[in-house]
Design a protein around this ligand. Sequence first.
Ligand SMILES: NC(=O)c1ccc[n+]([C@@H]2O[C@H](COP(=O)([O-])OP(=O)(O)OC[C@H]3O[C@@H](n4cnc5c(N)ncnc54)[C@H](O)[C@@H]3O)[C@@H](O)[C@H]2O)c1
Length: 282
Amino acid sequence: MGVVGLGTMGAGIAQVCVQAGFETIGREVSDDLGERGRSTIDHYLSRGVEKARLSQQDKDAALARLTLVTDLGELAGCDLVIEAVIEDLATKHTVFKELDEIVGAGAILATNTSALSVTEIATATNRPERVVGMHFFNPAPVLKLVEVVRTEQTSPELFDAAYEFSQRIGKEPIACNDTPGFVVNRILIPLLNDCVRVIDEARVSPEDVDRAMTFGANWPIGPCALIDLIGIDVHVHASEALAGALGEERMAPPPRLREMLEEGKLGRKSGHGFFSYSASTK
Ligand SMILES: NC(=O)c1ccc[n+]([C@@H]2O[C@H](COP(=O)([O-])OP(=O)(O)OC[C@H]3O[C@@H](n4cnc5c(N)ncnc54)[C@H](O)[C@@H]3O)[C@@H](O)[C@H]2O)c1
């Protein structure tokens, strides 16, 4: 199989695939970025060895299943290609158009897009029936869910194959139609935005909003801590995309989040968001 893009999501998806025993070709735009993807995977597998979750032998075998390439043409023999490049329709169109010319007629072409339309991405190919969404969650090696997304054109056999593949790599797939935000983001984004609006409406602190939802609704993590983990930039971008697609004001990011973004408070990764993080808690 092939993974296009070894950034945050692509590296995680490639790790899941090599750990599940699949020979995986990872394509990056440069050798340096490819090596960075590989070292991310190495780092997380090493942590697994330290914590005795996998043996050194299994780690070495998993890494040996990963081949790095920069030329998309090297993916010609893949049965499944998962695209995980930046969330930009033009970039995804370029990748899918090229893949359409490269991979065999029987291959599955999957996109990991969060907020773009799978149907629109598929228009770059001459085989929209062989395009499906496979939406993994971050971090892909940890979170079990894969939303397997069908468009009106997706062939049922191809959809079933993508669904079964998700199970074979140890994931918990769900089946859904190509609608804005699919399932989790459609529910979670407006919900988290409401939690942020309540901070100002009810004059409650972020700490107490989190206490409210953990002690009152039994959430495992408070909404503010969750947004810090997702990243304010990622959440605002996803909110804007969903607001644009659905035309609902409630989906749009609240002013407080936009201000945090302008101030560079991006959450855990920047050390500051609703809460502050030291190097050891980032
Ligand atoms: N980060 C998340 O939480 C998350 C979760 C689920 C899905 N997604 C989706 O996964 C996809 C990738 O997101 P990410 O967070 O891994 O991004 P990232 O910024 O970490 O990685 C982006 C990748 O795109 C590649 N890229 C950039 N410009 C390119 C170009 N012109 N041509 C080809 N490749 C190019 C980069 O080399 C890199 O591999 C997006 O569609 C995103 O919406 C992200």
